[in-house]
Ligand binder design. Structure first.
Ligand SMILES: NC(=O)c1ccc[n+]([C@@H]2O[C@H](COP(=O)([O-])OP(=O)(O)OC[C@H]3O[C@@H](n4cnc5c(N)ncnc54)[C@H](OP(=O)(O)O)[C@@H]3O)[C@@H](O)[C@H]2O)c1
Length: 302
């Protein structure tokens, strides 16, 4: 799960185009340099041809030897070459064309967005119905809320459980053994120490929240679900805030319904029977070890 990612050497299209353009520019400048060297050698050669070897000595124009004109014409060609490389290619080359095109596309996009906003303001879309909104929520297969709640949905007071029911704790341990247990920071702090053989995932908004080795800290529920994605049955173990956020995503609830009303400051969200169906119910009566009667009830999503 936390293995190193394989690194792939990849070049995207844009990078490739940049490299091709750069190579082209280098070639153009190389050719210009070669032209310059040939021009210098050529000019010296023309001067020697005329003045030393006497070729066309008698050919003059306006009192000047022919080689002077030849060198000037060549110089004009060379200047044209310089102009081409540094002005035409730079400002009117492919890159320049692309930039102009990009600017045009950006302008059109802005215009389309502006028009879209105008249309949306004038003809607002109807709000999605609750059924449509529900459909958008992705139910996560295997994600299970596990909770003990009183008849009035009470689950805790002063960051503590309100009862001690040893068989309920045993059931909690059996069900969650070997799995990820996702919890809010306050629930985590209500434990004396992390439970053995479970991966603890603690949700907090704090940036540098310190935890013992092996405990995973995340900053939102999505990340908690992400780190638990390879677990076929990850458990949301509370408290009230996290149950509330995770209930729309869960596919199962393992509820221990404690048959009494309790004074509390934290509650389990009420179970919507149109969304959940009871698939198992086992009653446990009050006895010497259990101050209250309770039932283990399993709900699965309809
Ligand atoms: N009966 C049961 O089965 C059961 C099970 C579990 C817990 N409980 C009880 O429930 C009570 C605790 O529940 P609680 O609702 O007060 O607290 P909680 O849900 O355990 O934790 C709340 C904390 O979680 C973090 N948090 C919540 N939503 C977040 C989000 N979207 N993104 C990032 N961080 C987020 C925040 O931590 P920060 O403040 O650090 O940012 C927040 O203060 C206790 O009394 C406990 O004993 C009962």
């Amino acid at each position: 799960m936390f293995g190193k990612k394989k690194s792939h050497l990849t070049i995207d299209k844009e990078q490739l185009e940049l490299i091709t353009t750069a190579q082209k520019r280098v070639k153009q400048k190389k050719r210009l340099y070669i032209h310059f060297v040939i021009f210098l050698i050529g000019a010296v050669f023309l001067i020697i041809l005329n003045t030393v070897l006497g070729v066309g000595k008698e050919v003059t124009l306006f009192g000047k030897e022919w080689f002077v004109y030849a060198i000037f014409i060549w110089l004009a060609l060379f200047i044209y070459h310089v102009f081409n490389v540094f002005i035409t290619q730079k400002f009117l080359g492919k890159q320049w064309e692309q930039n102009q095109l990009d600017k045009l596309v950006a302008k059109q996009k802005a215009r389309i967005e502006e028009l879209q906003k105008k249309v949306e303001n004038k003809y607002p879309l109807p709000a999605p119905t609750s059924i449509e909104a529900e459909k958008k929520t992705q139910i996560i297969k295997g994600l299970t809320l596990i909770v003990a709640a009183g008849e009035n949905d009470a689950i805790g007071k002063n960051n503590q459980l309100i009862w001690h029911l040893s068989d309920d704790l045993k059931r909690f341990k059996t069900l969650t053994d070997g799995h990820h247990i996702i919890m809010g920071r306050k629930t985590f702090e209500s434990f004396p120490k992390p439970l053995p053989n479970r991966t603890h995932v603690v949700i907090t908004r704090q940036a540098n929240y310190k935890v013992p080795d092996g405990v995973i800290v995340v900053n939102n529920l999505n990340d908690a679900l992400d780190v638990s994605r390879n677990d076929k049955q990850a458990f949301i173990i509370g408290g009230g805030e996290i149950y509330q956020q995770a209930m729309p995503l869960a596919s199962k609830i393992e509820l221990t319904r404690v048959h009494a009303d309790f004074e509390a400051d934290t509650f389990f969200p009420s179970i919507d029977k149109t969304q959940w169906i009871e698939t198992n119910n086992v009653y446990h009566q009050k006895d010497d070890n259990h101050e209250f009667p309770f039932s283990f009830i399993t709900y699965t999503r309809r």
